[in-house]
Every structure is written in C-alpha cells, then in structure tokens.
Write a protein that binds this ligand. Structure first.
Ligand code: 2BA
Length: 107
C-alpha cells in the first residue's frame, strides 16, 4: 500500500478531491500553507493499493492547473537604497510525494 501526499492549489482542491472520490479513491484534505509564498494551499492525503497509484496521480494532474503568482521582492544596492519589485513565480499544478505504508488499520 502507498500513501499519496499531493500539495495543490486550494482553488483546485474541490475538483481534485471529487474526481478522486468518483474514481473510488479515499481522500482526506488538509488546509496547508506554502513556506515560500506563505499563502494557503491544500494537501490531499490518499491511501491506495500500489497498482492504483498511477491512476490516482493521473487524476490529480488532470485537475491541477499551473498558475503564475506575483510576490513582492526587495533588492538592496551598495549605496544603502532598498527597492521593492514584483517577482513572478510559477506554482503547481501539483507537488506529489508517494510513500510506502508499513501498516494500515481501521479500528
Ligand atoms: P510555496 O512554498 O509557497 O512555493 C510556491 C512556489 O514558489 C513554488 O511552486 C516554487 O515555484 C516557488 N518557490 C518555492 N520555494 C522557493 C525558493 N526557495 N526560491 C524560489 N522560489 C521558490 P511549487 O514548486 O509548485 O510548490 C507549490 C507548493 O508545494 C509550495 O508552496 C509548498 O507548499 C509545496 N512544496 C513544493 N515542493 C515541496 C517540497 N520539496 N517539500 C514540501 N513541500 C513542497
């Protein structure tokens, strides 16, 4: 068995989760925050059989869009002047980790 952790944009979360559920995967959604942008994203947890991992990842990819986010950035020059300028960052579609599950029980 494997555990899929997929970090996705919170705007895609409902669509990804319902597509996985429709395909009979069990899903838990966590409200999370990215360390770089410090903005909310969603982490989907999905435990599934090894042979179904690729199908779950396909569904996640299909429903996660890449987005451009603008973040404020600053630069300091030798003369002691600091200016701020917008920096464009490409986020997502999905950042996916697949972990081995040693034991799974429902008590
Ligand atoms: P954030 O940490 O808020 O990062 C948002 C986007 O900012 C990233 O998109 C990447 O394009 C950029 N970025 C992140 N760290 C950076 C840095 N140190 N310098 C320059 N640019 C940086 P994604 O790579 O698509 O990541 C989206 C979200 O997925 C991340 O949100 C984070 O919550 C998570 N994530 C990505 N890689 C991860 C990893 N290796 N471990 C844990 N979480 C990860």
């Amino acid at each position: 068995m494997k555990l899929i952790l997929a970090i996705i944009n919170k705007e895609d979360a409902a669509e990804v989760s319902s597509a996985l559920t429709k395909a009979r995967f069990s899903v838990t959604k966590l409200a999370t925050q990215g360390g770089f942008l410090m903005s909310g994203n969603t982490t989907i947890i999905c435990g599934t059989d090894d042979e179904k991992v690729d199908a779950a990842i396909e569904i996640i990819k299909e429903h996660s869009r890449q987005r451009k986010e603008i973040v404020p950035s600053t630069a300091t020059y030798g003369i002691g002047v600091t200016t701020s300028f917008p920096l464009e960052v490409t986020v997502g579609g999905a950042t996916i980790f697949v972990l081995d599950v040693d034991r799974f029980e429902k008590a």
